[in-house]
Design a protein around this ligand. Sequence first.
Ligand code: NAD
Length: 256
Amino acid sequence: MSDFEGLVAIVTGGASGIGLATAIQLQGRGAEVAVLDVDPSGLPEGVLGVKADVTDDAEVKAAVDTVNERFGRLDVVVNNAGISAVGDVTDNSDQEWLHVLNVNVVGMVRVARHAVPHLRRSPCAAIVNTCSIVAWAGMEKRTLYSASKGAVYALTLAMAADHLREGIRVNCVAPGTADTPWVDRLLGRTADPEGERAALNARQPMGRMVSADEVAFAIAYLASPLSSASVGTVLGVDGGMHGLRLRPASQQGSRY
Ligand code: NAD
């Protein structure tokens, strides 16, 4: 496909996992891609890496301006940078709450704030935010992280309403557990990483985690000029986790 030919895209958190897969997907479909990341190393050839922390408004503004100066336009923003948090409501300090919300929610706001003036000049502008299954499904020990992604869901709908009439479509994807370096790091802190990995796979109705490429494909779908009627939508990429209720594989015998 070459649906992004001639378009310029920013992917935040694009140096790893879902963001990296998205940068590769968009580039492969014709876009000029810039990755904004705290560590924009190891990017594929032709992808512009710009060092920027989404918690720093001045850095974000400078990075967005750099992309616009380099390519002369901006059409797509993938607001993907995010960090995890583990714990129930008694576990995380105020400082942790403020930091995670700062990265996962206000970080998207900062990028959008500085990108929108450029996006207004695009004939096919799109913003795709990376939300999560945890915005709808209660998961144990994910209180703070879930609150941040619930905010991303609401933010997406509000942004979609605000910017629809000026030609900027805003949508989000809601991945289930995705097999990225993020999950490797979480598993690495457990006593039995392989057992935990098996449990994460089993939690998904399709029996395995989602891949970064599968999420990237959904992000590219929402960002594509071909998806011009998709706005204010939340596209699940969760292997059935949100909507399906399967019997355990061991109890599949009888049908009635
Ligand atoms: P990852 O850790 O592999 O990649 C995250 C990237 O974001 C890294 O390159 C990191 O350097 C960058 N980053 C972190 N903080 C940043 C900051 N302050 N400013 C700029 N860049 C920053 O993670 P991933 O699994 O690819 O996750 C990407 C997004 O997908 C996140 O928003 C996450 O919440 C979401 N998500 C992940 C999963 C999952 O199971 N992996 C599931 C649902 C949603």
